[in-house]
Design a protein around this ligand. Structure first.
Ligand SMILES: [Zn+2]
Length: 238
């Protein structure tokens, strides 16, 4: 339990998608190195957000328990590269890492306070990057970038939390999952935090996403951090 915000008992959302080109992991959460050799930043994060210090919660261990091998994960799609989303990238050294060009540049040349949350240890193995820039299609009213997988997947630029932060829309059994990551407050609850705090930490997209969500009930909206009870319900945790 967090000593600062007793309600904030959260996990990080990672999605595993079976595609025509092997497994695609959307965000990795913390990786094994964050458990065995955590940086100061990671230690504070774990304490603050009530993250159990148990490497069994890492994506690689969860994927292995599902019966896959790490090499089955051929692609990693990143909403953004903050340490709590990218820590598991080195656990899948053979995977291609898909990310927006602006996010890649911000990670390479950190300048602002939030850019201190990029952890070099997550990229030290020099992964094979696949970079995206201009939107080329539309998805349900958003400018979108089609990702090369089936089922259909799109990057939806939602800049603000970081310079190249993107949501990821994934076709799912006739419906859609829209992982808005850190463009939404915890648990995708629009009334959880005041607007000024949203604008400061999460970026400028919250109001638009709220209006959009009210007209798209067929889409499951996810945030990068949900209450642990949500993951338990869905038999997933990170
Ligand atoms: Zn973030």
């Amino acid at each position: 339990m967090s000593p600062w915000f007793p309600r904030w008992h959260i996990g990080g959302t990672c999605l595993l998608v079976e595609t025509n080109d092997g497994l695609v992991l959307v965000d990795t959460g913390l990786g094994l190195h964050d458990y065995s050799n955590p940086s100061l930043m990671v230690r504070f994060f774990k304490l603050d957000f009530g993250v159990h210090n148990n490497p069994e919660n890492s994506a690689i261990r969860q994927i292995t328990r599902l019966g896959y091998t790490p090499n089955d994960v051929r692609h990693i799609v990143m909403t953004h590269l903050h340490f709590d989303h990218a820590g598991g990238i080195p656990d899948f050294p053979h995977a291609q890492v898909h990310v927006h060009q602006q996010e890649f540049e911000a990670m390479r040349h950190p300048r602002t306070l939030t850019e201190l949350a990029y952890d070099r240890a997550d990229f030290i193995h020099n992964p094979s990057w696949v970079l995206y820039d201009q939107p080329n299609v539309e998805w349900k009213g958003f400018k979108a970038i089609r990702l090369p997988f089936s089922p259909e997947m799109y990057f939806i630029p939602l800049f603000g939390h970081t310079k190249g932060h993107c949501g990821v829309a994934i076709q799912n059994n006739g419906g859609w999952i829209f992982q808005c990551a850190d463009a939404l407050p915890t648990n995708a609850q629009f009334d959880l935090t005041p607007q000024w705090l949203n604008r400061l930490v999460i970026g400028p997209n919250v109001t638009h996403l709220q209006a959009w969500a009210s007209t798209h009930p067929e889409v499951l909206l996810l945030a990068g951090h949900m209450w642990k009870s949500f993951y338990k319900q869905h038999q997933q945790s990170a």
